[in-house]
Design a protein around this ligand. Sequence first.
Ligand SMILES: NC(=O)c1ccc[n+]([C@@H]2O[C@H](COP(=O)([O-])OP(=O)(O)OC[C@H]3O[C@@H](n4cnc5c(N)ncnc54)[C@H](O)[C@@H]3O)[C@@H](O)[C@H]2O)c1
Length: 246
Amino acid sequence: MRLKDKVAIVTGAGKGIGYAIAKRFGEEGAKLVICDIDEASILKTAEELKTLGAEVLAFKVDVRNRTDVDNMVKEAVDKFGTIDILVNNAGITRDAMFHKMKEEDWDMVLDVNLKGIFYCTQAVVNILREKQYGKIINISSAGRFGNIGQTNYSAAKEGVVGFTRALAKELGSKGINVNAVAPGTIVTDMYMQIPEHIREMMKIITPLARPGTPEEVANLCLFLASDEASYITGQVIHCDGGIFMP
Ligand SMILES: NC(=O)c1ccc[n+]([C@@H]2O[C@H](COP(=O)([O-])OP(=O)(O)OC[C@H]3O[C@@H](n4cnc5c(N)ncnc54)[C@H](O)[C@@H]3O)[C@@H](O)[C@H]2O)c1
């Protein structure tokens, strides 16, 4: 068991990639603290993960709400004693051509994808600093390089990368690894919002010639959350079928 007795928070775990990460971490022995803005989905996830044998605490949390986030971390520490791993996964898109983009869609995407990471990470950082151990994994996106109709999302996801690198430099001497994962096209509800002709085009430009699965992203997150990745920090690792080759 690669995460035996580690306490892991996964945001946006009600479905999609977050769900797969929580499940994979649970299979490897982690105690799970999962949250989502969608209460029904996070409660359902919690029940499923418990039947697989994981210890689970589930919360309805909007990552844009600092009080929600702080309360979750406090209750998690009361119950499990500490935090070891944070996966900042919750994310949304609100696509529009820039000349038509509403300010509320700009703000919403920046708030969930970037400000939410600020709140969640600040809520745990002193716990990790004190114990001189921790793994922070931020979910960016291959969209960080810039997609038509996604100025808000691309700005947020490239922002996640800058945040990851700066924080990795701050926390490296404290024994804390901070990395980003940049998925390409992964089959989730978010992916299904992409128009079909664009999905077909994505297959053509993907060397592995298919979209990925949430489990494939979860396996990378598991590696980064484990001590097998102890000498890796400040990196952005793409899980995108080879679209981006550095
Ligand atoms: N699916 C893809 O192709 C893809 C590609 C690149 C990056 N990503 C990123 O991966 C992450 C997960 O995406 P997904 O495809 O699983 O999406 P999804 O829409 O399937 O799931 C996202 C989850 O986050 C939750 N959420 C949304 N806003 C929230 C908030 N304010 N507070 C708490 N929870 C909230 C949703 O309720 C949902 O359960 C996101 O950060 C996304 O940007 C996805």
